[in-house]
Structure formats: C-alpha cells, structure tokens
Design a protein around this ligand. Structure first.
Ligand SMILES: NC(=O)c1ccc[n+]([C@@H]2O[C@H](COP(=O)([O-])OP(=O)(O)OC[C@H]3O[C@@H](n4cnc5c(N)ncnc54)[C@H](O)[C@@H]3O)[C@@H](O)[C@H]2O)c1
Length: 356
C-alpha cells in the first residue's frame, strides 16, 4: 500500500479481499474466485464491479443468503449443453465453474451452452466471456440481476440491469474485442458510488420514485436506472431475463432479492455460451478479418474534436496496462473498505487516508 497515492497493489488487494470473504464464511475456493474477479474489475477501471461489491457480498454471506461453503451441482449434462444449480454459492465461484464447463463442451463439440440457476451476483460479466476467449472461444455471458431498471414514467424498477458480455480471441498485436455492459444506461452500483462521493449523476441515467428524470443519486436509488437506447435496452434486458431466469429455472429479475441484509437468497440466473473458433473458421482468416475490422474503426476519418475511436474492451485494456502494479482507490472506496474491514474483522491495510 502506498499511502500518499492512495493505491494498493493488485496482489495485496486480492489477499485482503480473500481474507475478508473467508472471515465472512466463504470457502477457500469461493473466496479465491470472488477476490480474483473483483480485483480484476478494479484493475480494468470498472470500480462499480470491483471490491466495492463487498458491501453486498459480505452481509449476504453473514445472513447465509450466499452459502459460503456450497458446491455447484450439474443437473443436466448433454454433449453441448448443461444446467447447473449454484446452490446459492457466491456468484463468481458458480460462474467460473460453469464457464469452464461450457468451454470444455465447446472445445469438444464446437459450441457449449450452460444455464445456471440459484446463483448470486456474479460481478462483471466479462470475467466469464474473457475466460472463454483465453481458451480460443468466443464467449458470451449473461445474467439477470435484482430489479433496478425501468423506462421513464415507471413508479419503480421493473427489470434488472441484466448485463451481457461478449469477448472474442484477439490476434497478434491487437486488443481482444470485449463488450461488457449493463442493459441500463449505466450499472446501478455507479449511482451507489456517486451517492457515497456526494456527486450528481449524468442526466439520462435514472428516474426518481416519481418516474421523472433525476441527476440526484439518492432519488435515483429510490427510483430506477433508465434502459440504454430507450425501448431497445428495455427489450434487451427482457430477453436476457428469458435467457437466464426463464431458461435456467432461476428467479426472474423482478423476483430477485435486492436487500443484502436479509437471509433470502437472490436466486440469480446466468447463461454462458462458448463457440470454439478453430472448429468453425481458419485462424488466419479470422485474424485478418479482425485486423481489418479493427483498422476500420481506428482509421475512420473523424472531426478535429472527436476522440480516437476504440473497439470494445480497449478502454479497459488501456487502464489495466497502467494498473499492473498499483490500483488507485478513491477516498470513498478506501472509507468503504475500512468500514467493511471493521464490521467483518479484517482491517483494511491502509492505516491513514491521505487525499491524492
Ligand atoms: N452482475 C450484475 O448483476 C451486473 C449488472 C449490471 C452491470 N454489471 C457490470 O457492470 C459493469 C459496467 O457496466 P456499464 O454498462 O456501466 O459499462 P459502460 O457503460 O462503461 O460500458 C462498458 C462497455 O463499453 C465499451 N466502451 C466504453 N467506451 C468505449 C468506446 N469509446 N468505444 C468502444 N467501446 C467502448 C467498453 O469496452 C465496455 O465493453 C460491467 O462489467 C457489467 O458486467 C453487472
């Protein structure tokens, strides 16, 4: 930990996250999976799905809503498809096992599909899609989530912010294409972090409990996030629920537990898909097409004011390259981690907070 810059090494943050999850009742495997996924998100600059998520995971472990020692179970096992019961284990543990299982099917059969019921919040969806991309597959990860999104005019949330991620193997010298997004304009935890920092949120992100647009994060948290691209984001979130909650026999997002301090399990559903590239296409043809596609974006003519155009995943890869040895933490995140450290009995290893 370097106190003055308010930063911490990824290894140190993983170690503390692992310890506090263990202290709250997670098994070594479950704590390891969750710590790796959360710190990876912080490393890529996705603070909303980094260690800030511990404020939800730790109380759920304490009440037993997340079962720290549960083992996922395979209910249906076909050559290219499977159904997994997460038994309410920590989401990153269930998801990592399910995506690995899905990739094994894809490497054998060309394609794999694994549906998951009775899981929990699984963090950033790209943790799973990129896992598949590392194994030579196009990976797709979908999840439903607790209800936090509705169109303007709604008097409360209707659907989850149901994320989706698609990652594909990169080619030499190129960024790996990786899309990872909520189906709302922005992930709801970004509003929770803005509320903690006393910041307004951008116009167009959320509505208050009266159904009217708001830039006040407190109002937004009593209201709902807006879907991305209006009706299309809402429709997309609905279909993510069909592919996760309905297909897997999990809870649908309107039924997923929001309150992290009740013992009622979330019952989240996921769907993981993997398509093995070499089974379908010539690797050099794929690489050449991906290169042309990437060049078409990077080299596109633009106005003097426009920022360079990027491909999906490029912003996060650039941040990760800078955070290889040190992850900067905002003062709000530090105070959150210190509070959690006090509450759950594993002090956060940053004794004194200094403004950067
Ligand atoms: N587990 C859950 O229940 C849950 C729910 C909602 C969101 N999430 C997670 O929240 C995280 C944040 O989601 P979000 O929607 O707020 O993210 P976001 O709005 O920042 O969008 C991120 C995506 O846009 C791409 N992108 C950003 N700038 C770009 C540019 N200039 N050109 C091309 N692509 C660009 C990124 O590479 C990334 O794929 C994600 O990791 C998501 O999985 C999880």
């Amino acid at each position: 930990v370097t106190e003055r810059s308010l930063s911490i090494s990824p290894a140190e943050l993983v170690a503390w996250t692992n310890s506090i999850l263990r202290q709250a009742g997670a098994s070594p495997e479950a704590a390891g999976a969750a710590a790796a996924s959360l710190v990876d998100a912080d490393t890529r600059g996705v603070e909303s799905h980094g260690v800030a998520q511990l404020q939800f995971y730790l109380p759920r472990l304490r009440t037993g809503a997340i079962r720290g020692d549960a083992q996922p179970e395979i209910l249906v096992d076909l050559p290219a498809a499977a159904l997994v019961d997460g038994h309410n284990a920590i989401g990153a543990y269930v998801g990592s096992i399910a995506m690995d299982f899905c990739c094994e099917k894809a490497l054998r059969s060309g394609v794999g599909a694994v549906a998951v019921r009775r899981s929990n919040h699984f963090g950033a969806a790209s943790w799973y899609s990129e896992r598949a991309a590392e194994r030579g597959c196009i990976g797709i990860a979908l999840s439903n989530s607790d209800p936090g999104m509705a169109p303007t005019g709604a008097l409360g949330p209707i659907l989850g912010t149901n994320p989706l991620a698609i990652a594909a193997p990169g080619a030499a010298g190129m960024h790996r294409p990786s899309l990872d997004m909520a189906t709302s304009v922005a992930a709801q935890t970004r509003v929770i972090l803005a509320a903690r920092a006393g910041r307004r949120i951008p116009a167009g992100w959320a509505i208050g409990p009266d159904g009217a647009p708001t830039d006040d994060p407190e109002q937004a948290l009593r209201g709902a996030m807006l879907p991305l691209a209006g009706h299309k984001g809402f429709a997309l979130a609905f279909m993510v629920d069909v592919l996760t909650g309905c297909l897997a026999g999990a809870r649908i997002s309107p039924e997923i537990e929001r309150d992290p301090r009740t013992p009622r399990p979330q019952g989240t559903g996921h769907l993981f898909l993997a398509i093995h590239l070499d089974s379908l296409c010539e690797p050099h043809e794929y690489a050449a097409a991906l290169q042309r596609l990437t060049d078409a974006v990077h080299d596109a003519p633009r106005t003097a004011e426009a920022d360079p155009f990027l491909i999906p995943g490029e912003p996060e890869a650039r941040v990760a390259a800078e955070r290889f040895t040190a992850i900067p933490l905002t003062p709000e995140t530090v105070s959150l981690l210190q509070e959690l450290g006090d509450e759950f009995g594993v002090a956060f290893p940053l004794e004194e907070v200094r403004a950067p």
